[in-house]
Design a protein around this ligand. Sequence first.
Ligand code: NCD
Length: 307
Amino acid sequence: MIAEAPARTWPHRHLIDVEGMSRGEIERICDLAVDLREARAARRVPPLLEAETIGLAFYEPSTRTRISFELAAKALGATTVDLHLAGSSAVKGESLVDTLRTLERTGVTTLVLRHASAGAPNLAMRETGMRIVNGGDGAHAHPTQALADALTLREALGPLDGRTIAIVGDVAHSRVARSNVHALGALGARVRVAGPPAWVAGFAAWDGVEVATSLVDGLRDADAVMALRVQLERGATLGDEAAAWRLDSGRMELAAPGAPILHPGPTNEGVELTAELANGPRSLIGRQVENGVPIRMAVLALVCGVA
Ligand code: NCD
């Protein structure tokens, strides 16, 4: 089925954000990811991307996202090239746009870009002819993480309509939180952000997003809880609040019975959640990582117009 000619052409050459994506589009990515996950497990992935050269340009540290994009591209038969920032001409002062144009001229057709500046993928889209996939830009968006989280939640809870998902912690600085608010909302979930006032206040104006400023209100009846890393590199400070918001198995009892815990990683165990919770039976953190590869396979295949 996967190898057949595309039934419906994917209308987007780029993936910059999940904001504005329809429910149908998100579900299509998740459904394709499930097919590709099975094909990968059976070592029967069709080489849909053998004509593509996928560039990885990560201007911020990354383990999960970079490795899973690389594995996703290779599993689909693409040629991959990693910019290796520390050894690239960027350290000689070359501008982002010049570096990206160089990648394009050497034959990169699709670029996965992570950058500390929100909007860098939009710049890449305007200034080059490559297809651009956002691997995380500043505090703005991290669409493929939110899609992997949506798939993980859908597989744990079933359809998300009317289910309450609490996103807890440093929401203000989190691109993962922002993209999850859009993705989960599109899938019909009730999205709640919870944290100390300074970390959630900005969300009061967001349509359909509940804001909670106490742990009890944040976790009450939540069908799933997503913790976030405190983004020290974006100016977050760890005050006395940290201990009050640290999630552990006892505090998870405030949520709906058996509610799973998620975290995009990397976790700072003992800061936003305990190691016991992160590694315990409620944890979906490993599933989120596992789903990252097939979700990125699906995204690459769709933006390249081969699925
Ligand atoms: C996140 C990121 O880089 O935005 N990590 C990830 O991609 N899984 C979250 C974080 O760094 O806290």
